[in-house]
Design a protein around this ligand. Structure first.
Ligand code: SF4
Length: 217
């Protein structure tokens, strides 16, 4: 889809990217809310591909919140080592599991407020789990891709992920919140990459205020 002379709104972005990335969703593999929570914690500063490799065996070994507490922390650290920052992630997973058992009857909670009481869980992780695992649109997950692409496109120029999220939430119909996040991640991974955006291949090359094509052309 080629865009030209169209004002770049969230609506236009949604429409163009829905055509380009039909069925866009998280590439993390999971089957239960707990698995998605753990995978999302592991994905901080790590690729989804690496996380999926690690969770393939991890989720066979750890099936309940209790399982993550039954082993010594050092064993879990070893199991998730290749995802990076493994000590911090081990603490986050184990403390979250402890809270899930003690405060939430062994189930991953389903509100933003409760989710954010879990260690290592911020708005981004909470939004991902609430929308993908429970179908609840409570926020827009602003990761590094959503933050960068929103600012480059000019649809949200906030200086922090929280500010970008607030702007996007105001401009986007609630039912599209997680969809928009997945679409922007897809564009950020494939085309609007951090170091050198591939503007000539981008559907927004003629309307994006950051486009190198428009500037040079
Ligand atoms: S035109 Fe370039 S800077 Fe703008 S969204 Fe596309 S790839 Fe990113």
């Amino acid at each position: 889809m080629m865009l030209s002379m169209k004002r770049l709104t969230v609506e236009v972005v949604l429409s163009a990217l829905s055509n380009r990335y039909p069925g866009a969703k998280t590439s993390l593999r999971w089957t239960t809310p707990l698995e998605l929570l753990v995978a999302t914690i592991l994905s901080a500063q790590c690729t989804d591909k690496r996380v999926n490799l690690v969770t393939q065996s991890l989720f066979r070994k750890y099936r309940s919140p209790q399982d993550y507490l039954r082993v010594p922390a050092s064993e879990l650290e070893c199991d998730i080592h290749s995802c990076g920052t493994y000590r911090m992630k081990t603490k986050a997973i184990r403390e979250s599991c402890r809270m899930i058992i003690e405060q939430f009857h062994g189930k991953v909670p389903q509100t933003m407020e409760e989710m954010m009481t879990l260690r290592g869980v911020g708005r981004k992780t909470a939004s991902v789990v609430l929308s993908s695992a429970f179908g609840l649109e409570k926020g827009i997950a602003v990761d590094t891709h959503v933050f960068r692409v929103s600012r480059r496109l000019g649809i949200a120029r906030g200086k922090t992920p929280a500010a970008v999220e607030r702007i996007l939430m105001k401009k986007t119909p609630e039912k599209e919140w997680s969809h928009l996040s997945h679409l922007l991640v897809s564009l950020g991974r494939e085309i609007c990459i951090a170091r050198k955006p591939r503007c000539p291949e981008c559907p927004f090359k003629l309307v994006c205020p950051s486009s190198t094509v428009r500037r040079n052309g």
